[in-house]
Design a protein around this ligand. Sequence first.
Ligand SMILES: CC(C)(COP(=O)(O)OP(=O)(O)OC[C@H]1O[C@@H](n2cnc3c(N)ncnc32)[C@H](O)[C@@H]1OP(=O)(O)O)[C@@H](O)C(=O)NCCC(=O)NCCS
Length: 164
Amino acid sequence: MKPAYPLRPFLIPDTAGLQDLFAQSIEELTADDYNEDQRLAWVSTAADAEAFAERLAGMVTLLIQVDGEYAGFGSLKDNKTLEMLYVHPYYAGQGIGTALADALERIAAGRGATEIAVDASDTAVPFFEARGYAGTQRNMMPLDDQWLPNTTMKKPLGKKQDDA
Ligand SMILES: CC(C)(COP(=O)(O)OP(=O)(O)OC[C@H]1O[C@@H](n2cnc3c(N)ncnc32)[C@H](O)[C@@H]1OP(=O)(O)O)[C@@H](O)C(=O)NCCC(=O)NCCS
């Protein structure tokens, strides 16, 4: 049984907390799949607080706090792409990613989307496969002087949403 986590929308004062969560999530959870230079390049995409806040605010961004600590956040872009999904290592494996993905998929479906896509990190592919996403394309993303592989995955929405 997964606990029910309260979700709320991102607000500008959350920016520093989410920058920190983003960095720790990448540093610790993706280390088996991405080397240090790749992880640093990935982390640096949130280094500019103002740009990061603007990016999160421009999407449907939801977050979960547990005992006042930032546990995870996720963003839905253009009602069709799960653009970000990051869980703090301390809270990994406790259903936070599931709660965020469930909510963002429901919002997309509720607003009429029939499909949702994600460019899944190699770390997250098993997580999305277990949620019914299927890989459609392998990508190499240039970031600074690094190349980071990911997989575009898609899931139909609207049917059998709710088996949680
Ligand atoms: C991928 C991620 C968001 C999953 O979040 P989480 O809160 O740990 O996931 P949950 O606890 O909801 O796990 C749900 C299921 O997926 C499985 N799972 C999660 N991460 C997994 C992994 N790396 N490998 C295999 N299975 C995984 C869990 O075992 C769980 O299965 P269960 O329901 O049978 O117990 C998290 O690992 C993360 O932040 N990763 C680093 C950042 C990243 O790569 N983000 C994705 C960008 S697209």
